[in-house]
Design a protein around this ligand. Structure first.
Ligand SMILES: Cc1cc2nc3c(=O)[nH]c(=O)nc-3n(C[C@H](O)[C@H](O)[C@H](O)COP(=O)(O)OP(=O)(O)OC[C@H]3O[C@@H](n4cnc5c(N)ncnc54)[C@H](O)[C@@H]3O)c2cc1C
Length: 497
């Protein structure tokens, strides 16, 4: 029997399976197709996801194969800038660049190389999930590989099977529709010669007769998106001559090769339930959003990071299954915010198009690309209403053995305590929890954190406790409370101690 069956070997399923496998569990991956996605869809990632890639051991390789954007502009039809927002270029508080442009087939190859190096992961491609049913302590899974029927058993099943998720449908989960359905042509081209189109400047072109998007990807990869206008058909827009006509202000067959050009329907929707007993959903199976913010895959990778260590606590016998209830509690509002923010960028494009036609439009302050992800408003925290809980903890550099090291590389995927102080003698119960959860205690020394990423936290708190997904559990303002914050974990995490 497998510990976890992951349906879908896309970016989210492959990260999910990989994370769970790092804890030593037997993982099954099922995918109806074979090989990586042949074309790019996701193109943009961030520092928080790089921490996940680093935990899996390949963040440096991902970063080496990326490009960056220094500006995003909303422009008129003639590319005159209406609003321009600078993008952060430096390594940020997460310890990695805040924004990176990658090429999806290449990223998936990097993730899969890591997955396929793990002996405790079994992969069945060309294998279609047909049905599954839950029993008291396992899920029975029925698949078809060509004409052969295959059956598997797993303690948990996670549907990472994309927007039309069979897992979501079999579980009869409905979706909250956030009311944004639009058809856009998505074209990916690769430069074959040097051109003068911007290398690092992304543009949302607010042309009322055809809104469009331009994103310069890594190396010569260039992404273009064009809205399907009323009266047009998908087939007309996908014709090669039409695609090159739309691309002609930017590239042409003399200086670029077209990878593909397909019409996608952009949706804004969230599944109402993310868990039914032993079965869960993640990634596009749980949420879809228009790609204006470049956050769909990232939202799925955050789901994986939120789930894997909770499953570990349950499978290792440390915690009760009830902590799985907090998966949706924590992730749904964050995903909903991301979907809404992506829609709001679409609305700015529409508003600025209307403005070009003489109609009034004033963008809201909270719109655009300058916004920061919100915290997780409730879940497994000490006090979700304080200043730090439910946010990813910044990542300090620690000076160890004569060199600076990212703290994540010292902590691994355990709980961790950061403090500048000596830890007082713990109560017997607190010590037992530290030992059973293998909580890493990291004393921040004088020559650590030269970049001052932890300063704001230590201005208020004496000690902070961080969850394995790098989110802050909570902090204490007096070291006398050290045993209390650790003992609290018993109740918060339904620990079996
Ligand atoms: C134009 C465009 C641009 C985008 N840009 C970005 C971006 O910049 N940044 C970003 O983060 N996101 C972006 N996204 C979103 C991103 O591509 C998706 O969120 C991401 O690919 C979802 O990954 P996933 O693993 O959840 O699903 P998928 O990639 O769809 O993978 C699902 C897998 O499940 C398999 N499967 C499905 N059904 C079954 C079944 N019954 N049995 C077996 N296997 C099955 C499929 O074969 C597939 O391999 C963009 C999307 C689009 C369309």
């Amino acid at each position: 029997m497998f510990d976890v069956a992951v349906i879908g070997y896309g970016p989210v399923g492959s990260v999910m399976a990989n994370l769970i496998a790092t804890k030593g569990y037997k993982v099954l991956i099922i995918d109806e197709n074979e090989g990586t996605s042949p074309t790019a869809r996701a193109i943009n990632t961030d520092g928080e996801q790089c921490r996940v890639f680093d935990l899996l051991g390949f963040a440096d390789e991902v970063v080496k194969n990326t490009g960056y954007i220094d500006k995003v502009s909303f422009t008129d039809a003639e590319l005159n800038e209406i609003i321009t927002q600078d993008q952060p270029l430096e390594v940020g508080a997460m310890g990695w660049p805040a924004q990176l442009l990658f090429y999806q087939p290449e990223l998936e190859t990097i993730i899969r190389t890591s997955v396929e190096s793990k002996e405790n992961i079994t992969i069945h491609e060309f294998t279609l999930l047909e049905s599954f049913s839950s029993e008291k302590d396992k899920v029975l899974i029925k698949c078809k590989k060509e004409s052969t029927s295959l059956e598997f058993e797993a303690k948990y099943l996670i549907g990472c099977d994309g927007a039309s998720s069979s897992v979501r449908k079999i579980l009869k989960i409905e979706r909250d529709d956030l009311g944004y359905d639009q058809d856009w042509l998505v074209a990916d081209a690769h430069l074959t010669k040097t051109t003068d189109i911007p290398k690092h400047h992304a543009k949302q072109i607010c042309n009322p007769s055809r809104p469009a998007t331009y994103v310069p990807g890594r190396r010569g990869h260039r992404r273009f998106e064009f809205k399907l206008m009323p009266g047009e058909t998908k087939e007309e827009l996908e014709k090669d001559e039409k695609v090159w006509e739309l691309l002609s202000p930017w590239v042409n067959p003399e200086n670029a090769e077209l990878e593909r050009a397909d019409v996608y329907q952009f949706h804004a929707a969230l599944a109402k339930d993310w868990r039914v007993g032993r079965c869960l959903i993640a990634g596009d199976a749980a949420h879809q959003m228009p790609p204006f913010m470049g956050a769909g895959m990232g939202t799925g990778i955050r789901d994986a990071m939120n789930l894997f260590w909770k499953l570990d606590l349950i499978l290792s016998g440390a915690a009760r299954e009830s902590i799985l209830d907090t998966y949706q509690e924590e992730r749904y509002p964050h995903a909903k915010w991301t979907v809404a923010q992506s829609v709001s960028i679409g609305k700015i494009i529409e508003g600025l198009c209307a403005q070009q036609e003489g109609k009034e439009f004033i963008p809201d302050d909270g719109d655009g690309y300058g916004v920061k992800f919100p915290h997780l408003p409730s879940g497994l925290y000490k006090d979700a209403s304080d200043d730090i809980s439910g946010y990813p903890c910044p990542q300090p550099l620690l000076y160890r053995e004569g060199k600076k090291t990212l703290s994540d590389r010292i902590v691994g995927s355990q709980f961790c305590i950061f403090t500048k102080n000596e830890i007082p003698k713990l109560t017997e119960k607190a010590q037992k929890i530290v030992t059973s959860l293998e909580i890493q205690i990291i004393k921040i020394q004088d020559n650590d954190d030269e970049e001052k990423r932890m300063v704001k936290i230590f201005d208020i708190y004496e000690l902070v406790l961080i969850r394995p997904d790098r989110y802050v559990y909570g902090g204490i303002k007096s070291m006398k409370e050290t045993s209390n914050i650790i003992e609290e974990l018993e109740k918060t995490f339904s620990l079996k101690i």
